[in-house]
Design a protein around this ligand. Sequence first.
Ligand code: F6P
Length: 352
Amino acid sequence: MWKKEKNLRYFKKISKSLNICGIFINVIGKGKIMVKKIAVLTSGGDAPGMNACVRAVIRACIAHGIEPYVVYDGYKGLCENNIKKVDKKFTQDIINRGGTIILTSRLPEFANVEYQKRAIQNLKDNDIDALIGIGGDGTYKGLLALSKLGYPVIGIPGTIDNDVASTDKTIGFDTALNTICDCVDKIKDTSSSHQRCSIIEVMGRHCGDLAIFAGIAEAAELTITYDHQLNEQVIFDKLKTMHDKEKSHAIVIVSENLMDVNEFAKRVSEHTGFEAKAEILGRLQRGGTPSAEDRILASRFGAAAVELLANDISGRVVGMKKNTIVDLPIEQALNMERDIHKPLIHLIDLLA
Ligand code: F6P
């Protein structure tokens, strides 16, 4: 099911040998095709590294002799025909920029087939042969709809949440994790000075990866996520024991959408001996300069996505499994179960 980089290189070799008089002829799949123009968009929550990925897509297109286009403002811009041709110059100094310079949006209406048809019409009116979408599961759903209507697409996982099952890592996760660690380090300074319990809510939508990884990296006293939920009385008992016998202060990391952390902090103050304060890190987790790891991941994904389309392969998403770039059908990716990081959850308990 997985197609690895090795296979792509093989396809490329065959394709190259059939490149006659500058016309790209591909006999794999449906037959003769010529991908001349590719557009890229970012959609859903922005993530550090999205610009690095846009850069990689544009530059890989140029390397393959394909004209690159960007769609501004995600699916909204696609429906409004906010599409522009770009060149290498567009990619200058963007690899290190946070956010997404081609803008993003959330457009629930894109589930409506009329919007999807309008999007395809706009792409066709611009003579664009294929679309690459960078985002999370919501973005993949939009791409799947376009693919089902016969339009060639490729998805790239970009979200700080790391909640895309078809890849070990999404673009933006590593940077967001480091941002969280930076914030928790700072909160620790004041928390220890005041001998408080700091309850820190991190993002992830319904995925606990940011909390689990941050919990380990920050040696949090407690980490509470979807995959590691604790009964409130158990939490109080543990914190009370810490307060009375072991610790002068405590850090508790909590995934968003699990509880009201402000209310929870009040109850911790009432039941544990600690004065507790809640901190919601919020959208600052999405900002900042992308880490080297995210820039490299984004570059690999962008290049792989273009290579698939150049080889007449579409309707798929790229991902990374065991440090190898892989791809699989969008529908399969959307139906996959996310890995629960059991060894990491075990580590949280072991080192607590
Ligand atoms: O998907 C990224 C994310 O930051 C989630 O962690 C969070 O739940 C959501 O987006 C918030 O989205 P918005 O900024 O649109 O409210």
